[in-house]
Design a protein around this ligand. Structure first.
Ligand code: 7TS
Length: 420
């Protein structure tokens, strides 16, 4: 499919996933003598020409700083930057563009909440509720906050290798001391899709604030912050066909309004005196210094690109690829698979007997297959699973079943080689 022919809500068969690959220049290359198979999409996705062209066009025509000039180029850059904000609001169905703060990515968005909302709202003895499957980016900012204010971190346990949260026991953790629940929507190691709307609903009942880490979901399924009922939501552009260095913090307006600035300088002020300053209105209060203007422009293009394919279709494609990979891998002997059997997001995490995850991905790389091996910034989760690392293949809509076949064949050969 090309972007010249936008598709609204096509049925499964209406999308020619193979021809979509033509939109991605990086997919068509030879690596170590083999056609590239890019299965590291949970780390970052490849970029379509549509996004690359948007960046090029911005730098060739409209490049200027935002919100300060009165000249034509500055006006164009400002308009493009604010259009991206409005598009991001629409993308996650926020009520207003003022609820969208541009950040460097998910990690910075979570740090912003922890450092700005946290100290004002947490007292010694209060609790921060996370889950055992969080990425370090949704653990370490809360550890820094807990140390600063004397709060305590607690973790919702996962069941077992299937990696589901035990909602029957949620009330044991959701006590009145819990002031914030911060959870991942999709686990980057297990592929678990958490029932975030249900979790937010239950947290709200005890008056806790909620934050959703949507790093792995924003580019993979429709997101509606009003339906989820969260207070904050964070995502990164680079994991959804957009550029690196740009991300979004969604925050409910009244919460953002009550929060102090995160960093000082640049456009976040209203007035500055030698000893005192006053703040710009939300969301500019949280955007100190020259922002990543081209990043916002590229993210805008990425959101348009994804919505022309349809995020429902992308979610379905993710499920198809993951189910196919899971089914093929589960027929190999000596393989331990992590995460849910069904309803998984588009990735598989596994360990092969006799082969360290790092060796496995190194040999796979020699066959042109890009996997990831390691703790995936989930060290506490790895400890819970009783492993040091896993190998991971993470898919996006441009991957094909035949790439999974080639990957499974390579895996079989690698197993044979290491078991000698
Ligand atoms: N949260 C989750 C669930 C993630 O998977 C990641 C990155 C982040 C937060 C951080 O995102 P960033 O854009 O701010 O860096 N996950 C991965 C991964 O799985 N492999 O490399 C990065």
């Amino acid at each position: 499919m090309s972007l010249a022919s936008p598709i609204q809500e096509p049925k499964k068969s209406a999308i020619d996933w193979r021809s979509l690959r033509d939109d991605f220049p990086a997919l068509h290359q030879i690596v170590h003598g083999h056609p590239l198979i890019y299965f590291d999409n949970a780390a970052t996705t490849q970029k379509p020409r549509f996004v690359i062209e948007a960046l090029r066009s911005f730098y060739e025509r409209d490049n200027a700083n935002v919100h300060r000039g009165v000249h034509e180029l500055s006006n164009r850059a400002s308009a493009a930057y604010e259009a991206a904000r409005a598009r991001a609001a629409q993308f996650i169905r926020a009520k207003s563009a003022d609820e969208i703060v541009f950040t460097r990515g998910t990690t910075e968005a979570i740090n912003l909440v922890a450092q700005s909302w946290g100290p004002k709202n947490l007292r010694p003895g209060d609790r921060i509720l996370l889950t055992e499957m969080e990425h370090h980016s949704n653990i370490v900012p809360w550890q820094l906050l807990a140390e600063r204010v004397g709060a305590q971190l607690i973790f919702l346990p996962i069941s077992d290798d299937k990696g589901l949260l035990d909602l029957n026991r949620l009330d044991e953790w959701l006590t009145p001391q819990v002031k914030i629940l911060a959870i991942t929507h999709i686990s980057n190691s297990l592929g678990t899709v958490n029932p975030v709307a249900e979790l937010c609903r239950r947290a709200r009942r005890i008056g806790a604030v909620t934050l959703i880490d949507a790093a792995q979901s924003a580019g993979h399924c429709p997101l509606d912050v009003q339906e989820i009922g969260c207070d904050f939501l964070a995502f990164s552009g680079h994991k959804m066909c957009g550029p690196t260095g740009i991300g979004v913090l969604y925050g409910r307006h009244e919460l953002l309004e009550a929060m102090p600035p995160y960093q000082g300088g640049g456009d976040m002020i209203s007035t500055v005196d030698f000893h005192r300053s006053t703040w710009n209105r939300v969301p500019h209060k949280f955007e100190a210094g020259t922002p990543h203007i081209s990043g916002a422009v590229g993210l805008h293009a990425a959101m348009d690109y994804l919505d022309r394919i349809g995020r429902k279709n992308i979610a379905q494609r993710d499920h198809e690829l993951a189910a196919y990979a899971y089914e093929r891998l589960s027929r190999l002997s000596g393989l331990r698979l992590f995460g849910p059997h069904v309803g998984r997001a588009g990735l598989v995490s596994f360990l092969a007997a006799d082969v360290h995850a790092h060796d496995l991905v190194t040999v796979a790389d020699q066959r042109g297959i890009a996997l990831r091996g390691g703790h995936h910034c989930n060290q506490p989760l790895m400890k819970q699973l009783g492993v040091e690392a896993t190998a991971r293949a993470s898919f996006y809509f441009y991957n094909l079943e035949e790439e999974i076949d080639r990957f499974v064949d390579a895996l079989r050969e690698i197993q044979k080689f290491f078991s000698r």
